[in-house]
Design a protein around this ligand. Structure first.
Ligand code: 13P
Length: 251
């Protein structure tokens, strides 16, 4: 049985004051968590502060991006995977659609980062997903397959022993429009079946989160689908009560 995993993607939100308040609220509710792995992903500059403010290891810390260069060097403005580890990050979100669409990250660049994270022992949360145009024009599966294939080419199917996948339909992110549980399940099954063609055991174990306007009111139904193993939560992860309610819906 896969253990569900819920992660909060705080995106570019927060300050020391607001994170102190959010994490203090999370700390007071940690004991309510059931059989679910939980992480929060603050902006990298707040990772250490977040880690030190959390009262328990029960909630892990992750980052939202990292450099593709594996070692430190003359890369102004970049943050390396070793720096993330040093600041207490166990996870790193890679290939989020905002990185792909706003910052032009390609499938190949995302795949390279996945390898760097895996080599360093940081678990990538690999985001895949289609735009509305791609869904409506019938290329959704090709797009998602290409996103996965780029990573498979670099790390092989065994890389998915230590990689979390997040299916995030771009049209559902921050829009209030959620994929229906059936729509999400269909894509999750497609992803798992694709990996199963290479290794059924890896496919059976890999965690596939759903992300896109998950709220306390729709989480249970989404997470109840056979191939949905938790969620990657944006807006609702900035509210401790909502985030904990979503975590509780997962396990
Ligand atoms: P929302 O939950 O705000 O739609 O964001 C989803 C997301 O992008 C998580 O990475």
């Amino acid at each position: 049985m896969r253990k569900p995993f819920v992660a909060g993607n705080w995106k570019m939100h927060g300050s020391k004051a607001s994170i102190l308040s959010l994490v203090t609220d999370l700390n007071s509710k940690i004991s309510e968590l059931g059989n679910v792995d939980v992480a929060v992903c603050p902006p990298a500059i707040y990772a250490d502060f977040t880690k030190r403010t959390l009262s328990s290891e029960r909630i892990s810390v992750g980052a939202q991006n990292m450099a593709s260069e594996p070692v430190q060097g003359a890369f102004t403005g970049e943050v390396s995977v070793e720096m993330l580890k040093d600041m207490g990050c166990e996870y790193v979100i890679l290939g989020h659609s905002e990185r792909r669409s706003i910052y032009g990250e390609t499938d190949v660049e995302v795949a390279a980062k996945v390898k760097v994270a895996l080599d360093a022992g940081v678990t990538p949360i690999l985001c895949v997903g289609e735009t509305l145009e791609e869904r409506e024009s019938g290329t959704m599966e090709q797009v998602i397959a290409a996103q996965l294939d780029a990573v498979l080419t670099v790390v092989g199917i065994s890389g998915f022993n230590n990689t979390v996948i997040a299916y995030e339909p771009v049209w559902a992110i921050g829009t209030g429009v959620t994929a229906s549980p059936e729509q999400a399940q269909e894509v999750h099954a497609f992803i798992r079946n694709k990996l199963a063609q290479l290794d059924a055991t890896v496919a059976d174990r890999v965690i596939i989160q759903y992300g896109g306007s998950v709220k306390p009111g729709n989480a249970k139904e989404l997470f109840g689908q056979a191939d949905i193993d938790g969620g990657l939560i944006g807006g609702a992860s900035l509210d401790a009560e909502d985030f904990i309610a979503i975590c509780k819906a997962a396990g």
